[in-house]
Design a protein around this ligand. Structure first.
Ligand code: ADP
Ligand code: ZN
Length: 729
């Protein structure tokens, strides 16, 4: 059988389906059309050149600035049976010569090079002596001065590729800003049509922001849920990294620090230990992550606030590259923002302005308690995100907030801001309300104010939460480096008219991801542990990271389907022919032994032949849409919402979500009074809500919520939207 991209995907890499745009990019490259492919981290960029490399007669050259990654890539290629090599300054002169020789003799398909290596005369000569079919430029944003990582050597790549007119050029990057994209294409002389931009939505990442109260306790509590799983904790400063790493070590966690202040060797060792699963957690400054490719990072914690949305996105992007669920937690406090502001304000004018803009965007992201987290993230990268509920972030998973009357405490807070002269941050205002005798209060004689000590009915945390809500509702403005609070005209009016203000006094501490959304395969955890320890043993013997042997996902599938024959093993995600040959017997023996010992018969296992992908990538999820259609059709056929809830064993809100999806994908929804029974909103207010839908549309609920001043909560709005939609058909 002749080789095709699809057959190589299966035979060499052991995967069943392409990730979004991989097929298109590969075909374009095979047709020798220059191509720019923009995909998020974990999107699967490597296969875009690795598969063509196996189909071209000549050599594929991969230029990458990340020398540390080359060895890793080459090891992974070898494990899959692909002849690949690298040339860079880490090689001994002998190894360098050997590799040159292999290339000259046509024994390799893929050659990884650092840009400065490519520019040397001897590499020129080497490449001129062989046939080069493809130049891949990894991290292609380095060519642009607008990118965050400009490298002058990259500019010269243009000349290099001119010398090899027969080779197609593939540029790869995870930086999606339009400016950088345009720059890459024009620098390399590409035509516009050969650009592929994948969605930056990483839907396997659960995204969460939590107000930072006691960061140490919060972190430990979080880690308890991730026993033995790999993760990264990002801190702002080296000192913080060292302190946290030490604290967690004392608590018995397997942790190493990583920052620029460590000796090179130590840093490398710590990174290596993490990659090889010898160490569970890395506590790092943002310096960590560029050079690693570890696919099974299960969580990323931001212990401090990142400087920009772009940084934040890059950092959380290091989680869940294998497509399995991963959790991203940001601990947010005003204090951190103020600290960053302080540093920014030391900078020169222009830079200061830009940095402040970045930080402000980050702060408003972190403070948003309503909108889907994915919306601002993707909008930032110029990608519209239209889904109302992603089901995989804290805001989307939150129960609709039950709003209570907070008029009295709000009035107290606003008055206290006013009495203290609109010159202080929230922390001080709260101190005054609570009757604190701290130095700042006494020095300013704020213990003499009428608002001193009038807020003892609430805890400090509740007042801080209230302050954030008042800012979000537009009553308070925050300025400057110290986040000084002042009253807006709306606040003055509210105080004067005693306007009723709705909000929440209790902060929602933790919102775990809904189980249903994890879409994780049920697997045997004991068997998984056995397979994992064998994997570690094999990897150590070969001196490679465990994921080079098999990914977590592969082991999860083995522990779920328990393949018994080589043929069945080849059906497992990530098992190609070479790996099956090399490791198959070892793993099959373990599985067979386990089944025998525990008397597990295969007929009780999930079917392997038509196995679903356990991951959470898009292509693996058609059943989500099907469910909405089933629910919608059953509803239209007369089934009651109550019966649907029971039949599918889900909440009423989920059924309503299905009905909404059904309706917004163009299906008429039966107009039925049973939905009216679900709402407790009076007919008069219903009319107002419908009027708002007339004006504002039904795509987003927030504008409607805002127009009604928050008097109708989101649960009600969701029901009313369905009624509205069923009537308008
Ligand atoms: P990127 O370079 O875009 O960050 P990688 O090329 O490193 O992403 O791929 C991330 C992970 O996804 C790797 O472990 C890779 O083997 C895996 N992968 C890539 N393509 C597929 C696919 N089509 N099916 C399953 N896994 C894939
Ligand atoms: Zn969401």
């Amino acid at each position: 059988m002749s080789l095709t991209p699809q057959s190589i995907l299966k035979k060499t890499f052991g995967y069943d389906t392409f990730r979004p745009l991989q097929r298109e990019v590969i075909e374009n490259v095979l047709n020798k059309r220059d191509t720019l492919a923009v995909m998020p981290t974990g999107g699967g960029k490597s296969l875009c050149y690795q598969i063509p490399a196996l189909l071209f007669d000549g050599l594929t050259v991969v230029v990458s600035p990340l020398i540390a990654l080359m060895k890793d890539q080459v090891e992974q290629m070898h494990a899959a049976g692909v002849p690949a090599l690298f040339l860079n300054s880490t090689l001994s002169p002998e190894a360098y010569q050997d590799n040159m020789q292999s290339v000259r003799q046509g024994q390799t398909r893929l050659l990884y090079l650092a840009p400065e290596t490519l520019l040397t005369a001897r590499i020129f000569d080497l490449l001129a002596s062989v046939r080069v079919d493809c130049f891949t430029i990894d991290e292609a944003h380095c060519i642009s001065e607008w990118g965050h990582d400009f490298r002058p050597e990259y500019r010269q790549l243009v000349d290099v590729r001119r010398r090899f007119p027969g080779a197609v050029c593939l540029a790869l990057t995870a930086t999606a800003t339009p400016r950088v994209r345009i720059d890459i294409k024009s620098s390399l002389g590409f035509s516009a049509s050969n650009e592929f931009v994948a969605s930056f939505n990483r839907d396997n990442l659960y995204i969460e922001v939590m107000p930072k109260s006691d960061a140490l306790i919060q972190t430990v509590k979080f880690l308890e849920r991730f026993k033995e799983q790999s993760g990264i904790i990002y801190c702002f400063s080296r000192k913080q990294v060292d302190e946290l790493a030490e604290y967690l070590t004392r608590k018995g966690y397997s942790v190493r620090p990583y920052h620029a202040g460590l000796e090179d060797d130590q840093r490398r060792l710590n990174q290596e230990a993490f990659i090889r699963d010898d160490v569970q957690i890395i506590v790092a400054t943002i310096a960590f992550g560029m050079g690693i490719n570890k696919p099974n990072v299960r969580f990323v914690i931001h212990y401090d606030l990142p400087k920009s949305v772009e940084n934040y996105y890059q950092e959380i992007g290091r989680a869940g590259r294998d497509g399995l669920p991963a959790h991203c937690l940001l601990l947010y406090s005003y204090g951190d923002a103020a600290k960053l502001k302080y540093f920014i304000n030391q900078k020169a004018d222009g830079e200061r302005r830009v940095s402040n803009q970045h930080l402000d965007a980050m702060v408003s992201y972190a403070e948003d308690e309503v909108n889907c987290r994915r919306k601002p993230l993707l909008t930032y990268f110029g990608e519209p995100y239209t889904l109302e509920n992603c089901n995989n972030c804290d805001n989307c998973n939150a129960e609709a907030p039950i709003l209570e009357d907070i008029t009295i405490p709000a009035q107290k807070f606003l008055s206290c801001v006013r009495r203290t002269g609109e010159r202080f941050g929230a922390g001080h205002v709260v101190d005054v309300l609570l009757g604190s005798k701290n130095e700042k209060v006494l020095k300013n004689e704020h213990d003499k104010l009428s608002t001193y000590g009038i807020g003892k009915e609430l805890a400090q945390k509740q007042w801080m939460h209230l302050s954030r809500q008042l800012a979000q509702l537009g009553y308070l403005k925050q300025d400057g480096e110290f986040h000084t609070l002042s009253l807006t005209p709306a606040a003055l009016e509210a105080l004067r008219n005693r306007t009723k203000i709705l909000g929440q006094l209790q902060e929602v501490e933790e919102r775990a991801p809904k189980k249903a959304n994890q879409a994780e395969l049920e697997y045997n955890h004991a068997l998984f542990a056995i397979l994992r320890s064998k994997r570690k043993e094999l990897a150590d013997k070969e001196a490679v990271p465990p994921y080079v042997v098999f990914s977590d996902r592969t082991l999860v599938e083995m522990a779920a389907y328990m393949p018994q024959t080589n043929k069945e093993l080849l059906n497992i995600n990530g098992v190609g022919q070479v790996k099956a040959l090399r490791y198959g017997k070892t793993f099959l023996t373990l599985i067979l032994d386990y089944c025998k010992k525990h008397q597990i018969e295969q007929k009780h296992l999930p079917a392997l032949a038509g196995k679903r992908n356990p991951g959470v990538q898009k292509e693996a999820r058609p059943e989500v849409g099907n469910r909405s259609i089933l629910v919608g059709e059953a509803y239209n056929a007369g089934e009651s919402i109550k019966s649907l809830v029971e039949r599918y064993a889900v909440t009423e809100a989920t059924i309503l979500d299905h009905l909404l999806k059904f309706s917004t994908s163009g299906n008429a929804l039966r107009n039925d009074d049973q939905m009216l029974a679900l709402t407790s909103v009076s007919p008069l207010i219903q009319k107002t809500v419908f009027g708002a839908f007339d004006h504002l549309g039904t795509g987003f609920l927030k504008p409607v919520f805002d127009q009604l001043n928050g008097t109708v909560n989101y649960t009600e709005l969701r029901i009313l939207r369905l009624i509205y939609l069923s009537r308008s058909e």
